[in-house]
Design a protein around this ligand. Structure first.
Ligand SMILES: Cc1cc2nc3c(=O)[nH]c(=O)nc-3n(C[C@H](O)[C@H](O)[C@H](O)COP(=O)(O)O)c2cc1C
Length: 206
């Protein structure tokens, strides 16, 4: 079985974290760097992470997350932030590819033109894209944590306005998910059951 298969089959959500575990900034950055390899539509990279790891900030974030203990106990909780309208930043984001000769001017202009055509004036779609990208990054982050022998716990149980205020998010930013990461404490549940694959998968008609 490949490392990827064993990560997919081995990851579980943790509820109990070792409250004495402290992660270095370098280790937190390594996880963020792995998450940063997540693909996004048009490579617009319309998401970012806020790492909440100091005791005071963890206590404030915990209050905003309906006092879920794992926010206080985990070494770090990442706020995965989606950015609405991220396609507008594409000209600068993909300029290094033009400058490096990886794409020509026509490809550069076409790339930006297609993205503008797809997203301009469609706020709900831009918001959907922000949530899509942030969710993809959240999953990468959880597998990155698993790969480092850590456990993780995703959370949507939080007050979005309070988390946005705590993280000083801009008006075009959405707190999409919290991901607690750290060492486990005893008592975490084993892997939970899933539906049969026959319920999940259907094949298209000819
Ligand atoms: C988007 C999302 C939001 C979640 N929110 C919470 C949460 O707020 N609190 C919590 O304890 N678990 C939360 N979970 C964990 C799920 O309950 C858990 O992933 C699910 O039961 C499957 O378990 P597994 O991850 O161990 O396979 C969340 C998971 C996801 C993917």
């Amino acid at each position: 079985m490949s490392d990827v298969f064993s990560a997919i089959n081995g990851r579980t959500s943790a509820n109990n974290f070792d409250p004495t575990h402290v992660m270095s900034a370098a280790d937190i950055t390594e996880l963020a760097n792995l998450a940063n390899q997540t693909p996004t539509s048009f490579n617009q990279q319309n998401w970012r992470l806020v790492a909440v790891n100091s005791p005071a900030a963890k206590a404030r974030l915990k209050a905003a997350a309906y006092n879920q203990p794992k926010v206080g106990d985990a070494a770090v909780t990442f706020v995965v932030v989606g950015i609405v309208g991220g396609h507008t930043k594409l000209p600068a984001l993909i300029k290094p590819m033009l400058d490096g000769g990886h794409i020509d001017q026509a490809a550069y202009d076409g790339w930006i033109g297609m993205a503008n055509g797809m997203y301009n004036g469609k706020e709900q779609f831009q918001r959907d894209e922000a949530i899509r990208s942030a969710s993809m990054a959240a999953m990468t982050l959880m597998y990155a944590a698993h790969g480092k022998g850590l456990v993780s716990g995703a959370m949507i149980g939080f007050d979005p306005a309070a988390v946005a205020a705590e993280c000083k998010l801009a008006a075009d930013e959405i707190p999409v998910m919290l991901i607690a990461v750290g060492n486990p404490a005893p008592g975490n549940w084993p892997r939970k059951v899933r539906r049969a694959v026959t319920e999940v998968l259907s094949f298209s008609a000819d």
